[in-house]
Design a protein around this ligand. Structure first.
Ligand code: HEM
Length: 222
């Protein structure tokens, strides 16, 4: 098992396989997170979202799920950095032909940059809410209230918009690339995988953008 893992992670293809698998699992998390967040729109005082958040917090399996999620993010990020470093080293040796480089889309060349912006956003986001709730001393805090308070200011709404736009651009290429890394590729299928990648990017982008926009508009009308 350990031998298989080290062979898998030692080769460039193996690293991409791990990135693809963890990337798709993270997309699954994004849809679950987005679905949960839509409860923020269920009522004006955030009761539906708070009930949902308290049910999650009270689940004894939550720490395990959070650990698995952190593991997915960590694997995806570490392998992305290693593949990028490896590609840069290969490029230095003229390993990559210029013709190949020219065919790379904006999405593929920007993956590492959009990924780093998303990582920065994620650190801020976890500090805001996940760590933020641990720092709350009042038992009866409202997570919906915390979200509303944060996202109703132009600066924070702007930071969230930037993070989500970077995420959408990342996914517009990442989903298609993940399937390719897993060996899912066929001339008839590939155009559909490209479309699927764009569909995921638009759904996730528009979905998550709706929260800062909604709370900013609410803050402005108060
Ligand atoms: C833009 C709108 C978003 C809103 C309003 C939002 C809201 C929240 C809230 C309220 C929590 C805390 C849940 C809790 O611990 O009780 C949370 C956690 C989290 N969010 Fe978001 N989120 C948004 C976007 C995102 C995006 C785009 C990502 C990924 C790139 C993300 C990843 C996470 C992660 C990893 C956690 C920690 C989960 C856990 O440990 O339980 N969120 N989010």
């Amino acid at each position: 098992m350990i031998k298989l893992l080290s062979r898998l992670t030692g080769s460039s293809l193996g690293k991409k396989f791990v990135m693809g698998l963890t990337g798709l699992a993270l997309v699954g998390f994004l849809f679950v997170h987005l679905a949960g967040n839509t409860l923020l729109f269920a009522d004006r005082d955030g009761r539906a979202f708070d009930r949902y958040e308290q049910t999650l917090t009270g689940n004894p399996l939550l720490p395990l799920a959070e650990l698995a999620l952190a593991g997915l993010f960590a694997l995806h990020i570490v392998f992305a950095l290693r593949v990028t470093a490896q590609n840069r080293a290969a490029k230095g040796q003229n390993y990559q032909t210029s013709a190949k480089a020219k065919t790379r889309s904006l999405g593929s060349t920007s993956m590492i940059y959009t990924g780093l912006v998303v990582l920065g956003f994620l650190v801020i986001h976890i500090l805001d809410f996940r760590v933020g709730k641990l720092l709350r001393e009042d038992e009866g805090y409202s997570m919906a209230g915390m979200v509303r308070e944060k996202l109703s200011t132009p600066l924070w709404a702007g930071i969230y918009v930037l993070g989500v736009v970077a995420l959408a651009v990342h996914l517009s290429h990442g989903v298609r690339s993940a399937f390719q890394s897993l060996g899912v590729s066929h001339p008839n299928l590939n155009p559909w995988l490209v479309r699927a990648g764009w569909a995921v990017a638009v759904l996730v982008g528009v979905g998550f953008l709706s929260f800062p926009i909604y709370f900013l508009a609410q803050g402005a009308s108060r």
